[in-house]
Design a protein around this ligand. Structure first.
Ligand SMILES: [Zn+2]
Ligand SMILES: [Zn+2]
Length: 190
């Protein structure tokens, strides 16, 4: 017998976040797995997931010294300058550059709120909005003000609540007590 569950057409935020979740499935990093899509005029123009730079050994195969020593030698959320993993948002921006796709004024959907560095790059690429599923807090309380100031240069930063069937795999920090918040009860400005 066919399922009686009626099809629920996702709204745009859930549609694009669902695709960001699908993109994330290819992520290869010992830390959080993240997927991002860049949307222009209601069409996807670029995608990215996190992992080591092309041609380098994968993070899960010990390719990144920083990720492998995260939590011991390096704190979570820090020493990104020593990390050879490229973040999902960076990969989406870099793919657009590589293929000559303009991204000024675009809307970005990412499964995790962009880190400090990615935010800086999204501001400079002049994206219009960023919507994220999981909240991310800078591990250092004393620089959270600067992080928020940086994010204020993006016209809209909002949280999107949606189903995440792969949460346990993608967000191991949710169980480990890291400073990552699950989707809140509905969208909120950040
Ligand atoms: Zn990594
Ligand atoms: Zn980042």
């Amino acid at each position: 017998m066919a399922s009686e569950t009626p099809h629920i057409r996702p709204d745009r935020d859930q549609y694009y976040m669902g695709i960001a979740i699908a993109v994330r499935a290819r992520a290869n990093c010992l830390g959080s797995k993240v997927g991002a899509v860049i949307v222009r005029d209601d069409r996807i123009v670029s995608t990215g997931y996190n992992g080591t730079a092309q041609g380098l050994p994968n993070c899960e195969d010990g390719g990144c010294q920083r990720c492998e020593n995260r939590g011991t030698k390096y704190s979570s959320g820090e020493a990104y300058d020593l990390c050879i993993c490229v973040h999902a948002e960076q990969n989406a921006i870099l793919s657009a550059a590589r293929f000559g796709t303009p991204i000024e004024g675009t809307d970005v959907y990412t499964t995790l709120r962009p880190c400090f560095n990615c935010t800086k790059e999204l501001v400079q690429a002049r994206v219009r909005s960023v919507r994220y599923m999981y909240d991310w807090k800078h591990p250092r309380a004393d620089v959270r003000g600067e992080y928020n100031r940086l994010q204020s240069f993006i016209r809209l930063v909002a949280q999107v609540e949606t189903e995440d069937p792969d949460a346990a795999w993608a967000m191991p920090g949710l169980r480990g007590g890291l400073e990552i918040d699950p989707p809140g009860p509905g969208a909120q400005s950040g």
